[in-house]
Ligand binder design. Structure first.
Ligand code: NAD
Length: 297
């Protein structure tokens, strides 16, 4: 039976570390979060952003813009926050209304304030990463590179969970299902940095009927699709470490992308949904903010 990889415990450790770092900063960090229109799907994430910020002594600003906001108006709003020295971190909640291209607007966030790591400069630093056994430090004065880099929060959360499982990724078959810009693509780079052999699967892999074959080879499996129960438990390789990023609301219940009960019988470690990746994502968002604030001191 698989051991549970719970995000809550690791998140608490990160938050404890951050609390003392925040006390050492000259001014408490300020996070500006922008939401365009009504977005019921984002409300749980917003609530936890605001409560974790409060717990850590971080100032949290929620800016609500009307649903009809144009892409240029959102960019102008971001530019205003870029120029506000009191704001250390900027993030844009997704999903956005159809007239706004998320990746396009992220290009206008100052890289040093880009706490979600979605600016091409921060994304590029992941590609330039070197394999390293050094633990990434939570806050080192200086520019946002090397140990100070900012990675997309969910991808980094997955890496923290894998590290907590004690898995040595060197030479391991790691399979990522999902190739989005916020999770799958940056995660593939982070896994490569640890010298795993990385395979990225996506909708076309499924359509080609090859998903089962790739999953069967995975010593480390990360699923980030958003389809409840997409991965049958019996497909999982015996002893695999399984991280389920998917969040799906089915009949009022939150479920992952992996059939949890059946997968638990084959995996060595597995994340629960909820309670796996989710709680860690917010802690890492705040760590990115503290790194950004340090770089701006
Ligand atoms: P997305 O829609 O941008 O990407 C989905 C990916 O899944 C794509 O690469 C697509 O090709 C692939 N895909 C779709 N159907 C597939 C299939 N049948 N077989 C194989 N691949 C398939 O989604 P996203 O924004 O990357 O989010 C993915 C999931 O992660 C969602 O459930 C989302 O709610 C969740 N999520 C969780 C957290 C967290 O903190 N736990 C954070 C962000 C997103």
């Amino acid at each position: 039976m698989a051991k549970l990889l719970e995000g809550k415990i690791i998140a608490q450790k990160i938050k404890d570390e951050l609390k003392s770092l925040v006390r050492e900063l000259k001014t408490s960090p300020v996070l500006a979060s922008i939401m365009v229109g009504e977005n019921p799907g984002a409300s749980a994430y917003l609530k936890s952003q605001s409560s974790v910020a409060q717990e850590l002594g971080i100032s949290y600003q929620l800016h609500r813009l009307p649903c009809e906001t144009s892409q240029q108006e959102l960019i102008d709003f971001i530019l205003k926050l870029n120029n506000d020295p009191a704001v250390n971190g900027i993030m844009v909640q997704i999903p956005l209304p159809p007239q706004i291209d998320y990746l396009k607007v992220c290009e206008f966030i100052l890289p040093v304030k880009d706490v979600e790591g979605m600016h091409p400069a921060n994304m590029g630093r992941i590609v330039f990463g070197r394999a390293s056994s050094e633990k990434i430090s939570p806050c080192v004065p200086g520019p946002l590179s090397g140990k100070n880099r900012i990675c997309p929060c969910t991808a980094e959360a997955v890496m923290e969970l894998l590290s907590a499982s004690g898995t040595d990724l060197y030479g391991k078959e790691a399979v990522v299902i999902g190739h989005s810009e916020i999770i799958g693509k940056p995660l593939a780079m982070l896994l490569l940095e640890k010298s795993a052999t990385v395979t990225v699967c996506h909708i076309a892999t499924s359509e080609a009927g090859k998903l089962k074959e790739h999953i069967g080879a995975a010593e480390v499996l990360v699923v980030a699709v958003g389809k409840a129960g997409l991965i049958p438990g019996e497909w999982i390789r015996e002893g695999a470490v399984v991280v389920d990023v998917g969040i799906n609301c089915v009949d009022g219940k939150i479920l992952g992308d992996v059939e949890f009960a059946a997968a638990s019988k084959r995996a060595s470690f597995i994340t629960p949904v909820p309670g796996g990746v989710g709680p860690l994502t917010v802690a890492i968002l705040m760590r990115n903010l503290v790194r950004a604030s340090c770089a701006q001191q």
